[in-house]
Design a protein around this ligand. Structure first.
Ligand SMILES: C[C@@](CO)(OP(=O)(O)O)[C@H](O)COP(=O)(O)OP(=O)(O)OC[C@H]1O[C@@H](n2ccc(N)nc2=O)[C@H](O)[C@@H]1O
Ligand SMILES: Nc1ncnc2c1ncn2[C@@H]1O[C@H](COP(=O)(O)OP(=O)(O)O)[C@@H](O)[C@H]1O
Length: 318
């Protein structure tokens, strides 16, 4: 019998704190970061199929590769290998519905990879623990283990070594999407260049951020948001300075470039304030579009539960 397709939702992330250390010999930078998963999602459906393939729909779909280089496809191949299937012929069809801005510093590709891992594991009814999935996730990208885990987490190494952070509070965000993307390696390289030329400011220690998260006070957290990549993202995209100012002028507690950018994330006092800030920011003409989001949310999860029969989405032909 053909198993029903599995659809998994995976979240975007913002880095509340992103301390970038030195360039390592393997080409990565040592990081100390605090991730938070936000209620902006991609959905990935994996279906058994005689005609394998990948399809991407939604915002920015044309910017995402629809071949074997797609991270979701690579995730399926990696899991097929673990399942003892032929990784070169996994006999599935993958459909990605983009809700996360592409190349926006919100881990869209990583979310797709995390979702594809969970979906393929459920489709093939694999007995595989989250720890092992997380190990496979880390081989696909630094942010993929976090997209799997979700919530709020401290990330070390290149961001893949995670410890969950407990928070008692839901935080309310306004997200400003920029007109184009920024390439993550280019932004890291720009930071190296800025550091070789001078001393761009570095974020402080992470402990106060963890304390603010424990109290759940957005005002306290707002004072501590920090991102070492921000100077590099602003250097490559100077208009971000105006976007960051406009969000604070609109009433946000603080604004920050999300990861490698160019998306900007604004922390607000509460849900009502976030709606007001979003309305004013979208009228300011400084960004492509504006969304309201909350965090933390859970990581990659089957929608509706493993046993719930789901209709076949029109794009998927099992
Ligand atoms: C900057 C961050 C912050 O969370 O995310 P984004 O803002 O891009 O989403 C991450 O470190 C990005 O993670 P991810 O997008 O998974 O990057 P990877 O595929 O692992 O790496 C892409 C490239 O980014 C650079 N890179 C990435 C991670 C790291 N710790 N040091 C690096 O120098 C390297 O040049 C690497 O080749
Ligand atoms: N599912 C995906 N598979 C492979 N590449 C992707 C996928 N989604 C996005 N990309 C590509 O990866 C690059 C980074 O995109 P993304 O992960 O969305 O941003 P970021 O790394 O800034 O968080 C972009 O060039 C984009 O085309």
């Amino acid at each position: 019998m053909v198993p029903p397709p599995v659809t998994v939702r995976a979240p975007a992330k913002v880095n509340l704190h992103l301390a970038v250390g030195d360039l390592r010999e393997d080409g990565y930078h040592e990081l100390m970061t605090v991730f938070q998963a936000l209620s902006i999602n991609d959905e990935v459906t994996v279906a058994q199929a005689d005609e394998p393939g990948i399809e991407i729909v939604g915002d920015g779909a044309e910017l995402v590769p629809d071949d074997a280089s797609n991270l979701a496809w690579r995730a399926v191949e990696a899991l097929a290998e673990r399942a003892g299937r032929d990784p070169d012929d996994p006999r599935v069809r993958v459909v990605i519905r983009k809700g996360i801005p592409v190349a926006g510093g919100m881990a869209g590709g990583s979310a797709d990879a995390a979702a594809a891992l969970v979906a393929a594991a459920a489709l093939w009814r694999m007995e595989i623990g989250r720890d092992e999935l997380s190990e496979i996730a880390a081989t696909l990208g630094s942010d993929v283990p976090f997209c799997l885990q979700g919530g709020t987490a401290l990330g070390a190494g290149r961001g893949e070594r995670l410890v969950p952070v407990l928070t008692r509070h839901t935080f309310h965000w306004v997200i400003a999407l920029d007109k184009g993307g920024l390439s993550t390696p280019t932004v890291f390289a720009e930071l190296d260049r800025l550091r070789a030329d001078g001393r761009p400011p570095r974020v402080g220690s992470v402990e106060p951020v963890l304390e603010a998260l424990a109290t759940g006070d957005p005002r306290q957290l707002a004072l501590l948001l920090g991102n070492d990549l921000q100077a590099a993202a602003v250097s490559l995209r100077p208009t971000l300075r105006r976007t960051l100012r406009a969000g604070v002028d609109a009433g946000a507690l603080a604004g920050i470039v999300s990861g490698s950018g160019p998306t900007c994330a604004f922390l607000c006092t509460d849900a009502d304030s976030a709606v007001r800030v979003a309305a004013e920011l979208s009228g300011a003409g400084v960004c492509r579009s504006v969304r309201v989001a909350q965090g933390p949310v859970h990581g990659a999860r089957v929608i509706g539960g493993d046993d719930t029969p789901r209709p076949v989405p029109p794009e998927v032909h099992a």
